[in-house]
Design a protein around this ligand. Structure first.
Ligand SMILES: *Cc1c(COP(=O)(O)O)cnc(C)c1O
Length: 455
């Protein structure tokens, strides 16, 4: 018998997950190992520990342990803003006139405004435990930098953020939130690192990119005693921490007898999607259940749908380990007209492998269609979504409208990763009818592929 499903399902504190789930343990084909760019050999724990905190390097290399205990300090921090609600989108279903049941897991209920706090608090915890002075990182749109600044201030760690220059200038309030939490924010490329000076010399006046900011942050970490580099997406350790999203969702679904048919998430580097789907994918991999998983990416930065599955650099300066992933090439920079986030050239190696095996699908969507969905969602469900999250909303609405045509009563679940208050310049463009779509040509993509490493 179907129970009446509340508009919002909140788990109790006792029901919160005490372990993260590592989907790699259940994958028959493991993601390809990270390679040392100097030797093209799999990176060792020792090598990785020079860049990352040792415990995080261990998690990065762990393909075997399915469950990893969440340290109590992190569990306690999670209680400040978790559980995140699983919302039944009754209003949206009604407005669309669809027989589909729509659910979303909302991760925007914290000051960083996104799911990124789930991993930043874990990374800051391990840095503190190792006795480090601080951490360095990059941020594009600013959510990750904000999440990391919050986590570092909680553990009293120094936090150095290299912020992509165009965002630094366009999003002064994001910058101020980070500074309010005590972080040191530098626009990238900067004169403070060797790689930054080199990039500035080669491309004077550049507005920066994520790949370039990563190179600066890594250099800053390895040249400063007591510092390590941390990254908010793409890495397998980040997917692991983000599994808290999927674990909470699965507990809530099981409690109310909700069986999702389709699970949708936006994909930049893959951390929220990987975190949301991990436990469900685990069931699929173990043959216990089946789900349709859909990754949604911008048509202007289509790493899964048009990229190549090869080893590539994770950063422009080519200092990070090589990762086998769906990629557009580390030199790829999305068109400046692209306003909706999700700009990274590559994709999580875990998701890349699952996609390559046909266990997950991918779709690309154009930004005007994304902002139409975002606006509709804001007006109907109340929450002003982040542009990134709105990629998932777009496809959830499309799938619900398909159900309306076929009469199928599918259950659709998507990840609503964050809120869009700091993205009002993008909304303004849309509201003023000044937003357009840009889809790179094959020739433009070929330029990015031309510089792939020969591995
Ligand atoms: C960073 C971010 C994303 C994309 O990153 P993933 O690692 O692919 O999850 C999506 N939504 C929001 C709100 C973000 O801040």
């Amino acid at each position: 018998m179907e129970q009446k499903i509340p508009y919002k399902i909140y788990l109790s504190e006792e029901e919160l997950p005490k372990q993260w789930y590592n989907v790699r343990a259940d994958m028959k084909i493991k993601p390809a190992p990270l390679l040392n760019p100097a030797t093209n050999q799999p990176v060792t724990l020792e090598e990785l520990s020079q860049i990352f905190c040792t415990e995080l390097a261990k998690q990065e290399l762990d393909n075997d342990n399915a469950y990893i205990t969440i340290p109590e300090e992190i569990q306690n921090f999670y209680k400040m803003y978790r559980p995140a609600p699983l919302v039944r989108a009754y209003f949206l279903e009604k407005a669309l006139g669809t027989p589909a049941k729509i659910y979303y897991k909302f991760e925007g209920n914290n000051t960083s405004g996104s799911h990124k706090l789930n991993s930043s608090i874990a990374q800051a915890y391990y840095a503190k435990k190792q006795g480090l002075k601080g951490v360095t990182t990059e941020t594009g749109a600013g959510q990750w930098g904000t999440a990391l600044a919050m986590a570092c201030s909680y553990f009293d760690l120094d936090c150095k953020v290299f912020m992509v220059k165009c965002s630094y200038e366009q999003k002064p309030f994001r910058r101020e939130v980070m500074r309010t939490y005590g972080a040191n924010v530098t626009p990238s490329p900067s004169e403070t690192t060797e790689v930054g000076r080199k990039i500035l010399e080669e491309f004077p006046g550049t507005s920066g990119s994520l790949g370039c900011a990563i190179s600066e942050a890594v250099e800053c970490a390895v040249t400063n005693e007591g510092y390590r580099y941390v990254l908010g997406s793409v890495l397998s350790q980040v997917l692991l921490h983000q599994s808290i999203i999927g674990l909470e969702t699965m507990t809530a679904c099981d409690k109310y007898g909700i069986q999702p048919d389709i699970i949708i998430g936006c994909a930049g580097g893959g951390s929220n999607l990987g975190g949301l789907i991990s436990p469900f994918m685990g069931r699929k991999l173990r043959g216990e259940a089946d789900y349709q998983f859909i990754a949604v990416e911008p048509a202007s930065c289509p790493s899964l749908t048009r990229g190549k599955y090869v080893y590539d650099f994770c950063d422009t300066g080519k200092v990070c380990p090589l990762s086998k992933m769906y990629t557009l090439g580390s030199g790829f920079i999305p068109s400046p007209n692209h306003a909706g986030g999700l700009r990274y050239h590559g994709m999580s190696s875990v998701l890349s492998e699952l996609y390559d095996e046909g266990l997950m699908e991918a779709r690309s969507v154009e930004q005007t269609a994304v902002f139409e969905a975002a606006t509709k969602f804001a007006r109907i469900e109340g929450t002003l979504p982040a542009p990134e999250s709105s990629h998932a909303i777009r496809v959830a609405i499309d799938e619900a409208l398909k159900c309306k045509e076929t009469g199928e009563e599918k259950t659709i679940l998507f990840g609503l990763t964050g809120t869009g208050y700091f993205d009002m310049v993008a909304y303004q463009k849309f509201n003023d009818n000044l937003m357009s779509d840009y889809i790179p040509t094959d020739e433009e993509l070929a330029k990015g592929f031309a510089n792939l490493p020969n591995v």
